[in-house]
Design a binder for this molecule. Sequence first.
Ligand code: UDP
Ligand code: MG
Length: 332
Amino acid sequence: MSDRATLTVVIPIYNEQENLPELFRRLRAVFDQLTDLDCSVLYIDDGSRDESMRLMVEQNRQDARFRVAELSRNFGHQPALTAGLMLADADAVVLMDGDMQDPPELIPELVICWRQGADVVRAVRRDRAERGLKRIGFELFYKIIDWISDFPLPNQTGIFGLLSRQAVNELNRMPEKNRFLPGLRAWIGFDQRTVFYDRQLRAAGEPKQNIWRLVRYAMDGFLSFSYKPLRLMFGAGVIVSLCGFVLAVSFVLKRLLGYETAPTGFTTLITVVLFLGGVQLMAMGLLGEYLGRIYDEVKRRPMYIIKQVHGDPRGHDSRNSIAVPEHHGQTA
Ligand code: UDP
Ligand code: MG
């Protein structure tokens, strides 16, 4: 064991068999440049159903720096990342996606910032490769979250970036289950820096997060960093009641002053009733979103369950394969 600084790259993997060989090749090339660091990879297999697991175990045989923690089923992107953060014990931890959208070649640049004292290095997309509806969705998401959030969240950043040991420790202390890591990462403070890069298109395969997962993720982003949606609903309620009040007073005055008050039309009535009913249901749904999240927290279930670990998740350069599973899933 050398006393060189250590770096672990945490990569969640869900059915990425097409991308794993290239990931392996490019990461090894990057590690060769980082000669003054003990580098390793910690794949988190998020219940892949294709050949991913076999490929990763094979990579571990070829190069013990590549290790795999296998989750017991598919838990999702954020829980998988959380598992990686809990397991990794390196001095610096890089989080990145396994679909080559986050170029491994940026890692040396992240490391330079870390060496200069940064605790959080965010890789910020200069441009997005996605086009069309998905892109509009992303842009809208950042606009809304920028406005809604109670504290400034960095624009255009996903999870790609580097975290110092101290930053990882602080993230690991957060017990919340509905995680929005870009937000949590900004929330912890410390010395935060930014590195720019061009977001690539996914190299191969279909996106593994379906649109509902992304919407849910976006909701987590909105709801876990702000009460503004609730306040907004309250505000809407105040405005609607005021309108109602003014209308009522004007009707009474008209009657008292002897003006003719023709019965207002059925259409107007039904429109108002439906509109208000809709607003009320929306407000209830919004409350439900907060409530459901509270319920998730109260249940205190673990965010993930680790089935087994191939390679030593904590040590570096160790040669043993298939270690005894550890129960790091019990985070609550
Ligand atoms: N992923 C995962 N669990 C999931 C979905 C995705 O571990 O349930 C991984 C996936 O293999 C990839 C990363 O998370 O490495 C990002 O997924 P994806 O590219 O589908 O997300 P997007 O780029 O659309 O945000
Ligand atoms: Mg992707």
